[in-house]
Design a protein around this ligand. Structure first.
Ligand code: B12
Length: 810
C-alpha cells in the first residue's frame, strides 16, 4: 500500500496495521511543563517542543500522531483561544509530518479527551451541552485539516456517546474511540468492553479500543473482549505499566522491549491499531515497530453479535432467550394512565425495578397517551429509568420524534420498538437506527395489514431486511416479531406466527421476538395459554419475549425451558427460582425476607439503595409518624448507605448507582430535617459551632446529620459546607470565636487535610475544642492527629458538646 496524502485511514486499515504515537503529557513534563499548566497552551507558547516530539514519533514509525489537543475544549478555553490552540496544534503536527523521516503512511488525528465533568443525572453537565462542547473542537479540527478524530481515555459511556455524536454531526472524518478501563475490566461508570462495542459500533465508530489506565499485560482481558465483539478494527494504546516513584521522580515499570512484545502479541491476536499512552516515548514506538515487522494483520471478521446495552450492561441475543418486561405500557392499565397524566415518574420507576427484580433482562418503555406530550415523557422516563436500573431499555413508540429524542439521550445501544414493512415506517425509523445505533424490532406487517400465512410474513421480513441494508443496517440489528394474534378469533393464529418465526430464525438467520400475551386475548385463565404458547415459541426459535416477568407461570416456563435446553448449568437458575417462588406456587416454604447481597431489609432501605428519591422521601414521611427521627437515620439511612458503599468497594456497584443512592438518602434526610425543624428544636441558643467537611472531600450527608442534631440541641451551627480549605475553617473559627469546630472526613485520602486543618486551628485558635468524625476515622487516629474528641455518630457529638458547654458555663 503506497500512502498518498489525503488518503482515508479506513482504506489504509483494510490491509495494514496502524501504529499510533506514544505519550505526550509525560514528555511535556520532562520538557518543563509545570503542574497545573495547561499542556494545550504549549501549542502557542512552545510549538517547537510539540513539533519535536511529534516528529520523533513519526520518525520512529508512527502512522498516526495525535494533535496536542487532549483537553482543548470550550469548558477550559474561550472560543477564540480554542481556535488558536487547535489551529496551531494541527499546523504543528503537519510540520512534524513534513520534517519526519520515513515514507510510511502518516496521519494526523485530532485528539479529544474527556471534559473532566460528570454528565447529568450523576453530575451537572447536560448531555446536549457536552455534545456542543465536543462539537466546537471537532469543527475546528476538521477545518484546519486533521485526517481523523481520536476520542480517547473516556471513562464514562454517556460522555463517550456525546463525543461520538458530536463528531458524526459535525464532520465526515473517520473516528476512533478509545476508553480507559480499570483493573476490573470496566469503565469508571461500569460499562464493559462488550457494552461499549455495542453502543459505539451502532453509532458508526471506525475503530474501538482501550488506552491509558494500565500496562499492556493488564489489558489482556479487555482486549480479548473487544476482539470478541467488535467487527471494526480494535485499537490498543496502553501505558508503560503503572507509575512508580523512587522518591524523586516518577517512572513507569514496563520497559520499551517488554511493552513492544506484549503489544505485538495483542496485534497477533487481532488488534489492528497499536501505540502507547502515559509513560511511553518514541523509543517505545521504535521498539513496537521493530516487533511488528513481518507480522501481517489478522483479517477483520463480522462478529454478527446482536446486542443491546445500557451504561453498564450488555445483553446479547445468543442462546438464552431474552426477557423483555412489558409492564411499562399504559395499554389497559388505568393506574398507569393516571400516573402518566399526573407526571408520576415514581410509578414508572417502581414498575421498572420490580421487573428487574423478577428477572427481566430488558425493559420495554411505552408512555404513549394521546393527551400527554409523549416526547417529553418518554425522554424523562428513559433518563430516570437509566438512573435507577442497569437494564437496557426498549424504546417503544409510534411517534418518530419521540423515538429520536429518546434514542438521542439514551445511554447505550437501545432496542427500538418498532418498525414494520410499510414504506412510511421504514423511512422514518431506519435513519434513526442508523444514526444512534439500536436493535430494531420489525413487525411482519405492511400496507396490506397482517398476512394470514407464515409464508407471507416471511416475505415481508425479507423486504424489511433488503430496505434496512439500503440504510446500512445489518440484519443482526433487526429482531423480527411475527405477531401473536388472538387464537380465540382464529384457530390457526398461533401456528402461523410460529411457522413464520421458525423460518425467519433458521432460513433468514435473524433473531425473533414476540409480544407473547396477545395470543390469549379473549380467553379465560390467560396465563395458562400464554405460558404454553411461550414454550412452543421458544421451541420454534424465539430469541426474545415481550412478557410479564411478574407472571409466575411465564417465569416457570422460561426457567424450565432453559434447564431442559442445556442452558442452565446444574439447573442452578431453575433451583434458585423455585426456591424463591411465592409460597402458594411452590411446594417448598418461601424463605423469609432477609437482607442479602446488595439488598436492604426494609422498604426504605431498598428505596435508598435503588436511588428512588420520591419513594424514599414518601416512606420517610410515613415513618416519621411513629418513629423517632434519629432512629430512622440510624436504622434506615445509614445501613442502606453502608450496603451501597460495600457494593462500591467490592465493585458490584458503580459510581452512578452510588450517586443516585446518595441523592435518595438526601431526600429522605430532607424529610427528617423538615420534621425536626417544624417541631421547633431547642429555644435557648447555646453557642457557635463551626462545622465543615475537609478539603478534597465532598461527602456531607453525615456532617449534615451532625448539624441537624446539634441545632436541635441548641447549638448555633455555622456550616461551611464541604471541600473546605483549612484556612477558611481557621478564619471562621477566629472570626466567631466559636468554642467548637467539627470536622468531617470520609476518605483515607482526605484525612491529611483534616490533620492540616487541626494544626492551623491549634496555631490560630488554641482554645477551640476540635471534634472529628467520619467513616474512616477511629478514636486512636483522631488522637494522633491532635483532635480533642472523636465522635462515632451525631448523638455522641451532641453529648460531648453539651458536656463541655456545661463545663465552660459552670
Ligand atoms: C454516599 C457516598 C458518596 C456520595 C456522597 C454524597 C454526599 N453528598 O455526601 C458520592 C457519590 C458523591 C460519593 C463520591 C465519592 N466517594 Co463515596 N461514599 C458514599 C458512601 C456510600 C456513604 C457515605 C455516607 O453518607 N454515609 C452515611 C453517613 C451518615 O455516615 P458518615 O458520613 O460516616 O457520618 C456519621 C459518622 O461518621 C459521624 N460523622 C460524620 N461526619 C462527622 C463530623 C463530625 C464533626 C462528627 C463529630 C461526626 C461525624 O456522624 C454521622 C452520623 O452518624 C460511602 C460508604 C460508607 N458506607 O461510608 C462511600 C465512600 C466514603 N466513598 C468512597 C469513595 C472512594 C468515593 C469517590 C472517590 C468515588 C469516585 N471514584 O469518584 C468519590 C469521592 C469524591 C470526593 N472527592 O469526596 C469510599 C472511600 C474509601 C476510603 N476509605 O477512602 C467509600 C468508603 C466507599 C468505598 N467503600 O469504597 N460518595
Amino acid at each position: 500500500m503506497i500512502w498518498v496524502k489525503n488518503m482515508d485511514i479506513r482504506e489504509f486499515l483494510k490491509d495494514n496495521i496502524a501504529v499510533l504515537d506514544g505519550g505526550m503529557g509525560t514528555l511535556l513534563q520532562k520538557a518543563g511543563l509545570r503542574p497545573g499548566e495547561e499542556p494545550e497552551l504549549w501549542n502557542i507558547t512552545h510549538p517547537e517542543v510539540i513539533e519535536r516530539i511529534q516528529c520523533e514519533y513519526f520518525s520512529a514509525g508512527s502512522n498516526v500522531v495525535n494533535t496536542n489537543t487532549f483537553g482543548a475544549n470550550t469548558l477550559k478555553f474561550e472560543k477564540e483561544k480554542l481556535c488558536e490552540i487547535v489551529k496551531s496544534a494541527v499546523e504543528i503536527a503537519k510540520r512534524a509530518r513534513e520534517r519526519s523521516a520515513g515514507d510510511h503512511a502518516k496521519f494526523i488525528a485530532l485528539d479529544i479527551g474527556p471534559t473532566g465533568k460528570m454528565l447529568k443525572p450523576y453530575g451537572d453537565l447536560d448531555f446536549e451541552d457536552a455534545v456542543a462542547v465536543f462539537a466546537e473542537t471537532v469543527r475546528l479540527g476538521a477545518r484546519f485539516g486533521a485526517d481523523l478524530v481520536m476520542i480517547e481515555t473516556m471513562n464514562d459511556s454517556y460522555e463517550t456517546k456525546a463525543a461520538l455524536l458530536a463528531v458524526k454531526e459535525n464532520c465526515s472524518l473517520p473516528v476512533f474511540v478509545s476508553c480507559a478501563y480499570g483493573e476490573d475490566g470496566k469503565l469508571m461508570t461500569g460499562a464493559s468492553p462488550a457494552a461499549m462495542v455495542a453502543m459505539l459500533e451502532g453509532m458508526g465508530a471506525d475503530a474501538i479500543g482501550a488506552n491509558c489506565s494500565l500496562g499492556p499485560e493488564k489489558l489482556r482481558g479487555v482486549v480479548a473482549e473487544l476482539l470478541e465483539n467488535a467487527s471494526v478494527p480494535v485499537l490498543l494504546k496502553p501505558n508503560a505499566g503503572l507509575p512508580q516513584s523512587d522518591g524523586e521522580r516518577t517512572y513507569y515499570d514496563v520497559c520499551a522491549d517488554d511493552f513492544a512484545r506484549e503489544v505485538a502479541s495483542a496485534v497477533k491476536k487481532g488488534v489492528r491499531i497499536a501505540g502507547g499512552c502515559c509513560g511511553t516515548t518514541p523509543e517505545y514506538i521504535s521498539a513496537l515497530v521493530r516487533e511488528l515487522r513481518g507480522i501481517s494483520p489478522v483479517p477483520l471478521t463480522k462478529k454478527n453479535v446482536t446486542c443491546v446495552s445500557s451504561y453498564a450492561r450488555a445483553v446479547k441475543f445468543s442462546e438464552k432467550p431474552v426477557l423483555i418486561g412489558e409492564r411499562i405500557n399504559p395499554t389497559g392499565k388505568k393506574r398507569f394512565k393516571e400516573a402518566l397524566r399526573e407526571g408520576d415518574i415514581g410509578y414508572i420507576l417502581g414498575e421498572g425495578i420490580t421487573q428487574e427484580e423478577k428477572g427481566a433482562h430488558v425493559l420495554d418503555v411505552n408512555v404513549g397517551l394521546p393527551e400527554i406530550d409523549e416526547k417529553a415523557m418518554l425522554t424523562t422516563a428513559v433518563s430516570e429509568l437509566q438512573a435507577v436500573t442497569p437494564l437496557p431499555l426498549q424504546i417503544d413508540t409510534a411517534d418518530a420524534y419521540a423515538m429520536e429524542a429518546a434514542l438521542r439521550i439514551y445511554n447505550g445501544k437501545a432496542m427500538v420498538n418498532s418498525v414494520n414493512g410499510k414504506e412510511e415506517s421504514m423511512r422514518a425509523v431506519f435513519p434513526l437506527v442508523k444514526k444512534y445505533g439500536g436493535v430494531v424490532v420489525a413487525l411482519t406487517l405492511d400496507e396490506n395489514g397482517i398476512p394470514k400465512t407464515a409464508h407471507e410474513r416471511v416475505e415481508i421480513a425479507k423486504k424489511i431486511i433488503a430496505t434496512a441494508e439500503e440504510y446500512g443496517i445489518e440484519k443482526k440489528d433487526i429482531v423480527f416479531d411475527t405477531l401473536a394474534m388472538a387464537v380465540s378469533a382464529d384457530k390457526n393464529a398461533a401456528l402461523a406466527t410460529l411457522g413464520a418465526l421458525r423460518t425467519i430464525k433458521t432460513e433468514l438467520g435473524c433473531h425473533t421476538s414476540l409480544g407473547v400475551s396477545n395470543i390469549s386475548f379473549g380467553l379465560p385463565a390467560r396465563d395458562a395459554v400464554n405460558s404454553a404458547f411461550f414454550a412452543m415459541a421458544l421451541e420454534n426459535g424465539l430469541s426474545a419475549a415481550i412478557m410479564n416477568p411478574n407472571s409466575v407461570e411465564m417465569m416457570k416456563t422460561y426457567h424450565a425451558f432453559c434447564a431442559l435446553h442445556g442452558l442452565d448449568e446444574n439447573c442452578a437458575d431453575y433451583i434458585n427460582f423455585a426456591a424463591n417462588m411465592p409460597a402458594a406456587e411452590s411446594s417448598a416454604a418461601a424463605p423469609a425476607p432477609k437482607a442479602e447481597g446488595g439488598k436492604g431489609s426494609t422498604e426504605l432501605q431498598n428505596a435508598i439503595i435503588k436511588g428512588l428519591r420520591e419513594k424514599a422521601a414518601a416512606l420517610t414521611k410515613q415513618m416519621l409518624a411513629s418513629n423517632a427521627p434519629l432512629d430512622i437515620v440510624q436504622r434506615e439511612i445509614i445501613p442502606s448507605l453502608d450496603i451501597i458503599g460495600k457494593g462500591f468497594e467490592e465493585k458490584t456497584v458503580y459510581l452512578p448507582e452510588l450517586l443516585i443512592s446518595a441523592e435518595a438518602a438526601k431526600s429522605a434526610f430532607a424529610e427528617i430535617k423538615a420534621f425536626v425543624t417544624a417541631k421547633g428544636g431547642a429555644s435557648v441558643k447555646k453557642c457557635d459551632f463551626v462545622l465543615a467537611t475537609v478539603k478534597g472531600d465532598v461527602h456531607d450527608i453525615g456532617k449534615n446529620i451532625v448539624k441537624l442534631l446539634l441545632e436541635n440541641y441548641g447549638f448555633n451551627v455555622i456550616d461551611l459546607g464541604k471541600d473546605v480549605p483549612p484556612e477558611a475553617i481557621a478564619e471562621e473559627a477566629e472570626r466567631t470565636g466559636a468554642p467548637f469546630v467539627g470536622l468531617s472526613a470520609l476518605m483515607t485520602t482526605t484525612v491529611p487535610a483534616m490533620e492540616e486543618t487541626i494544626k492551623l486551628l491549634r496555631a490560630r485558635t488554641p482554645a477551640t475544642k476540635i471534634i472529628v468524625g467520619g467513616a474512616v476515622l477511629t478514636a486512636e487516629y483522631a488522637a494522633r492527629i491532635g483532635a480533642d474528641k472523636y465522635a462515632a455518630d451525631a448523638m455522641e457529638t451532641v453529648r460531648y458538646a453539651d458536656a463541655v458547654f456545661a463545663e465552660i458555663n459552670a
